[in-house]
Design a protein around this ligand. Structure first.
Ligand code: ADP
Length: 545
């Protein structure tokens, strides 16, 4: 494989000759400055961690690390420099791949889909919060603004009345996460739903503002997302049709109190009735944030200890061991753990929590765990932070489960029904046994649907372990599609497969995507292959995988 011979030169994009590449790089260096163009002439190496990850490839690669690797990384400092970079890419037919901060771990990290692409790292120099409107509870950010940075800026200004929403890991870009339809855990957790207004550089270099931002001097860009229509924002989410350089977002008012709660459910068979109980409570907002139902295995693993601390036998950790180890934790012996948060002043919370307690208690053996009994270093308090909009970093501790632990996610969407939860867990566990992979399932319940996030954890240095993870994912995607479930998001390497499951009416959606792609990006330079959408000059030439 490519990685056996250490590379000392950049991996050139297919179709770009060495001399063209050298000429092109020298030109973009003149535009952006020497220090803002970096050649990637070293083999993809795995060091780094979440906060200091490489921007040339996926630190948690589930493929050969050289499969999706950048030839160079450039750092524009403004919308005008992004525009100049896009025009440059068109001139040289250079594949480019924009990242905001590149922390898209579990879905490809910073890696480009086309080997040898020039990664445009937007976040490094475009990281200023343009404004926070403390009266309207809105903000305008650029790609390098992380959830941490937004949180810290609000604290620094002393705005006690404003909260942000953060995903499980707070180090990523608000723009990157929102464009990929990421979620957080306050009532403002649907990031796409609370965004308002984009500024976008199109693949041919034009700069567009969506919504009210198209009106010069507009004063409602961040408060009315729709403008005069048509709503074009969706073109730029999970696509390869533009580079987003600014985004508006609504911020949440401090609810005046909050209280995390945790319930443990004793048996695996409790999952279906629990999900049935959650649905009406969630739709009516008695459960106010994305409800998390996590497996006991994940709760054990998020202590950050390796599997071998608990089990050294062959294969998966047996149920008896899971029960035994869960029993040592605050959740106690259980199969599923519920993490939630109630918002508002005490009497409002008491009203809602009382309903939740009565409903959850219909499941025999359900136990509410008193937060006062939970040690401060327990993961419960990470969830408490996250559901209160305080960024946190503990989530990835379960990667320590295997040596050189990496993760990749299977993320199907389903109705909030017990039978769907059971079908998806069975599907995942059957394939887990077949491929011998380690996995942690967790349900994230939105308003009228739930995402099951199955994190597969593997040793990235072992090719067989990577292959098992990929084979297992491919099988699960097909199994899910056969039952009517589709993924909301996936790893770079699986985008073609997932896109192909959205095939209604002879692939009408992909045909539309391709027509739009050809119209907006005639030279096919921007993020070819992202979301399974290939520009004309790549299509049907063996790029799909
Ligand atoms: P984060 O650091 O928030 O996890 P990334 O920067 O890795 O997010 O972005 C996730 C994905 O979204 C990237 O792989 C890229 O395809 C896309 N993306 C991120 N930022 C932009 C942007 N500003 N414009 C267009 N696409 C983007």
């Amino acid at each position: 494989s490519a990685s056996q011979v250490p590379r000392t030169e950049p991996a050139l994009p297919q179709g770009v000759s060495r001399s063209t590449f050298v000429k092109a790089i020298s030109e973009i260096t003149q535009t952006l400055g020497t220090e803002n163009v970096e050649l990637n002439d070293k083999p993809a190496v795995d060091h780094g961690w979440y906060m200091e990850h490489p921007n040339t490839h996926d630190m948690m690669h589930v493929t050969d690390p050289e499969a999706f690797v950048a030839s160079a990384v450039v750092y524009p400092s403004s919308t005008a420099e992004v525009q100049a970079t896009v025009l440059w890419a068109n001139k040289y037919r250079m594949p480019i791949f924009p990242i905001s901060m590149g922390r898209n771990l579990g879905y490809g990290g910073a890696a480009p889909r086309v080997r040898g692409s020039v990664v445009i790292d937007l976040g490094k120099r475009m990281s200023k919060i343009l404004y926070i409107d403390a009266d309207d509870y809105t903000c305008l950010v650029v790609p390098g603004v992380s959830f941490y940075a937004l949180y810290e800026a609000i604290q620094a200004k002393g705005y006690d009345h404003i909260w942000i929403d953060t995903p499980d890991l707070g180090g990523g870009s608000a723009i990157g996460n929102t464009l990929d339809c990421g979620v957080g855990y306050t009532p403002y957790g649907d990031h796409w739903a609370v965004h308002s207004g984009l500024e976008v550089v199109l693949p041919t270099g034009e700069i567009v503002r969506t919504g009210m931002g198209a009106l010069p001097g507009s004063n409602t860009w961040q408060s009315f997302p729709y403008g005069f229509g048509p709503i074009q924002d969706g073109l730029f989410s999970q696509s390869n049709l533009g580079i987003v350089t600014k985004m508006g977002m609504a911020l949440m008012p401090n609810p005046g109190g909050h209280e995390s709660f945790m319930y443990a459910f004793a048996h695996s068979a409790d999952l279906a009735p629990l999900i049935e109980i959650i649905r009406p409570l969630r739709i009516s907002n008695i459960l106010e944030n994305v409800a998390q139902v996590r497996s006991a295995e994940q709760t054990i693993a998020v202590q950050g200890r390796p599997k071998t601390d608990f089990y050294t036998g062959p294969g998966m950790m047996p149920d008896e061991v899971i029960e035994r180890e869960a029993a040592k934790l605050p959740c106690g012996k259980c199969a599923w753990v519920y993490y939630g948060m109630s918002y508002g002043p005490a009497h409002i919370r008491a009203y809602k929590l009382d309903i939740v307690h009565k409903e959850f208690s219909k499941i025999p053996g359900a136990r509410k765990i008193d937060p006062a009994t939970i040690p401060r270093d327990n993961y419960f308090w990470s969830r408490d932070n996250i559901a209160a909009g305080v960024p946190d970093l503990e989530e990835l501790l379960w990667c320590n489960w295997t040596p050189n632990g990496s993760h990749v996610a299977f993320s199907p969407v389903s109705p909030i029904r017990g039978r769907d939860a059971e079908a998806l867990v069975k599907l995942a566990r059957d394939r887990r046994a077949e491929f011998g992979v380690e996995m942690f399932p967790a349900f994230c319940v939105g308003l009228r649907e739930m995402h099951l996030i199955v994190e597969i954890v593997f040793d990235k240095t072992v090719p067989e372990a990577r292959k098992a993870a990929m084979d297992c994912l491919r099988a699960m995607i097909d199994d899910a599609a056969a039952l009517g479930y589709g993924e909301y998001r996936t790893h770079l390497a699986l985008m073609d497969q997932v896109a192909s499951t959205y095939s209604w009416n002879d692939g009408a959606l992909m045909k539309l995507n391709e027509r739009i792609k050809d119209a907006l990006d005639p030279n096919g330079i921007l993020a070819a292959g992202k979301s399974g959408i290939w520009p004309k000059r790549y299509r049907g030439r063996g790029w799909e995988m």
